[in-house]
Write a protein that binds this ligand. Structure first.
Ligand code: GDP
Ligand code: MN
Length: 383
């Protein structure tokens, strides 16, 4: 789950990271009032879950109430990378001397957290990595030792911070680390970490991604989820207990098991097709869940063919077949469908599909199923 800037900064601040004073607003009036209380100049910032807001016009400085109202109005009517802006953060504007980067991520290959810092803050880290990779400095944090002062000092030196900033930088690094570990994040980032004209360090922007698998430990954050982060279909899938990610291809995939779903997508790609989604209906999927899954797939207008790839283990093919038939009765799809059902009760499963009277293109292997789905998506006769 991604957090908004204002949420991330709030969590960082609770661990001692200095942030500008600010208030959230959802109308130009509210923004104006907030600016009045905070004092001018203020910076008004779109709260959307994508980067590069600045370039998209989502961040503006305001010196007067008129400017604040105008900026808030303009920003609140923006869509940034297709996301509507529903709220703005009004922050006391900082006088920036320089912009640094400080971030913490899980390095899966290393099985450790990696803290990264750069003197080239203000641009996205991917951009720094591309244009000036030598400006990114990293330290790996041994999970048994955690963050130590020498880690922070090493980074501070590497990015050229003077002795006068060491203590503040260490404190911010520690706050970021503690927020990260306490809230089970997979990423926490301050960009820019500003050095102000008065020589202070201040986290002007914050970004945090929490591990969804750990969210059950933080039920108080569930209400922080931004429904715009997911498509309506992804949201429905999550509530139904399905793992579903929408993609931009045209072959809808319904698969039991995440590994098999990945393999199915690979094989589709291999034969020149494009999957419309990742969908894992899980082990032991019952008819009802299958029906929900199929409804979701068919609700996607890009889907030109549906591919069922079911490997019956715990999941019984007859149960899945019943789900498919129930869903077909409800949705009455007009796209071709390819089915590969193997494993537990496969014979019963095929008979149920056959008896249903719906035309399904059948396949015995994944390769055959993928070929047929790709052909059907191109409008060539399969079956
Ligand atoms: P992002 O583009 O979505 O990452 O948004 P940021 O919050 O990082 O802001 C982008 C840029 O706006 C920063 O790198 C700063 O240059 C500028 N900016 C943000 N806040 C302030 C502020 O308080 N004062 C000034 N002068 N500039 C700011
Ligand atoms: Mn930023």
């Amino acid at each position: 789950m991604k957090l908004h800037e204002y949420q991330s900064k709030q969590l960082f601040a609770s661990y001692g990271v200095p942030i500008p004073q600010g208030q959230l607003a959802s109308t130009p009036d509210e923004a104006c009032r907030a600016a009045g209380e905070l004092g001018y100049p203020v910076v008004i910032k779109a709260q959307v879950l994508v980067g590069g807001r600045g370039k998209a016009g989502g961040i503006r400085l305001a010196q007067t109430p008129a400017e604040a109202a105008e900026a808030a109005e303009a920003i609140l009517s923006l869509r940034i990378k297709d996301l509507p802006v529903r709220k703005v953060l009004v922050d006391q504007a900082a006088r920036i001397r320089s912009e640094l980067y400080l971030g913490l991520v899980v390095d899966r290959a290393n099985r450790q957290l990696v803290m990264m810092a750069s003197s080239e803050g203000g641009v996205e880290i991917e951009e720094i990595a591309r244009i000036k990779p030598q400006a990114i400095h990293k330290v790996s944090l041994n999970p048994f030792l955690g963050l130590r002062d020498y880690h922070a000092l090493t980074l501070a030196k590497a990015i050229g911070l003077g002795a006068e900033h060491m203590r503040a930088f260490s404190q911010i690094a520690r706050g970021l680390y503690e927020a990260f570990t306490h809230w089970d994040a997979s990423l926490a980032e301050i960009n820019p970490l500003a050095v102000t004209e008065s020589g202070e360090l201040l986290a002007l922007d914050g970004k945090m991604v929490l591990d969804d698998n750990a969210l059950f430990r933080h039920p108080e954050l569930e209400s922080w989820r931004d429904v715009d982060e997911e498509t309506p279909a992804e949201r429905e899938a999550r509530l139904a207990g399905l793992s579903y990610v929408q993609l931009d291809g045209d072959i809808g995939c319904m698969v039991n098991g995440a590994g098999l779903a990945m393999a199915t997508m690979d094989v589709i790609k291999h034969f020149g097709g494009a999957p419309a989604n990742f969908l894992d209906i899980g082990g032991g999927a019952r008819a009802e869940r299958v029906a929900t899954a199929l409804r979701l797939l068919l609700a996607d207008a890009h889907v030109r063919v549906v591919l069922f790839n079911i490997f019956g283990g715990i999941t019984r093919c007859d149960e899945v077949a019943r789900g498919i038939v129930a869903a077909l009765e409800e949705v009455q799809p007009t796209v071709p469908m390819v089915a590969r059902l193997v494993g537990t009760n496969e014979q019963e499963g095929r008979e149920i599909l056959l008896a249903s009277g719906y035309h399904l293109i059948t396949a015995a292997t994944l390769e055959e199923a993928a070929r047929k789905a790709v052909a059907a998506a191109r409008g060539e006769a399969g079956g």
